[in-house]
Design a protein around this ligand. Structure first.
Ligand SMILES: [Zn+2]
Length: 301
């Protein structure tokens, strides 16, 4: 497997805006695509000076950027690709402010690009986690310790936000910004995201005791008694995930506002879930471009 996609490789692969456009065109209209006008299997050729391509038989135009995150953008495509490169390659991500500096665009432009690229990173697969799944919550922001088992019952922590994490061992993680750690809040998330045949490991929190009644195979460790593993029963994967995520938040933002916590969590989870692709992570993100339809610019906040 390709280990790294270096910046010099990036520069060779994408020397100009047209090479970026060609990449999107290949993803959306590979050779032998059907022309919607003449209904022939065709190749589309670049129309000079435009972001359009023309059918080799009838000349009908296609617009590879239409309805993608790049639709009607006035920012050069290569800058978009560079922003995507930075968001994929940096371990904990990069802020809109850092993008602004790297790209030399206005903050408004950087923020808009940042938001659109994040839209590519949202997990919409809906595939349930299976096998052995570790579930835990963590507290983000505010003062003091943030381990769930130390603070979960302390209702004074109103300045803290709660993230719930479900990680399949050897697989994906799902993260949800939840309003509270009530039993049904937790159970509803598990029902929505974890296969009923999965084995679930948590800590001893009472919110999880109902899991076996829902048909899940459930076991737990007693963090209260400083028990962190019980053979294979442990939640160390999700816990080390939390420490990475928190270091990321501190390093990139210092604090993440409540409004954007889910978006940051999705972005961070995307990199974790695609970690095995290493140097191909950028390609994985590009492949999302045709999949993610965007609202017209006027509807963007
Ligand atoms: Zn045609």
């Amino acid at each position: 497997m390709n280990t790294k996609f270096t910046f010099s490789q990036f520069l060779i692969r994408f020397p100009n805006d047209d090479s970026c456009l060609e990449e999107i065109k290949q993803l959306r209209y590979p050779e032998g695509s059907l022309c919607s006008k003449c209904h022939k299997k065709t190749n589309f050729y670049k129309v000079k000076g435009r972001t359009a391509y023309a059918c080799q038989f009838c000349g009908a135009h296609i617009y590879p950027l239409a309805k993608t995150i790049f639709d009607k953008t006035s920012t050069p495509l290569r800058l978009w690709f560079y922003a995507m490169y930075l968001m994929v390659q940096t371990r904990a991500g990069i802020s809109a402010k850092q993008l602004q500096r790297e790209l030399g665009v206005t903050y408004k432009t950087a923020w808009r690009m940042f938001k659109q690229i994040r839209a590519l990173m949202a997990d919409t697969s809906g595939t349930p986690l299976t096998g052995t799944v570790e579930v835990d919550e963590t507290f983000i922001g505010g003062k003091g310790k943030n381990r769930a088992y130390e603070h979960r019952l302390n209702l004074e922590n109103e300045d803290k936000e709660i993230l719930m994490g479900m990680v399949e061992r050897g697989g994906k993680v799902y993260l949800k910004h939840i309003p509270n750690t009530g039993k049904w809040t937790l159970l509803d998330q598990i029902k929505a995201n974890v296969d009923p045949k999965a084995k679930i490991y948590t800590d001893q929190y009472g919110g999880y005791t109902h899991l076996s009644r829902l048909g899940y195979e459930h076991d737990y460790v007693l963090h209260r008694d400083m028990q962190f593993t019980k053979g294979i029963v442990h939640t160390q994967n999700i816990e080390s995930f939390w420490s990475g995520l928190k270091r990321g938040i501190t390093g990139v933002y210092r604090v993440v506002s409540k409004k954007y916590l889910q978006a940051y969590a999705d972005e961070y989870a995307w990199r974790y879930n695609n970690r095995k692709f290493e140097g191909k992570m950028f390609n994985r993100l590009l492949e999302q471009v045709p999949e993610v339809r965007v609202l017209p610019a006027t509807k963007l906040a």
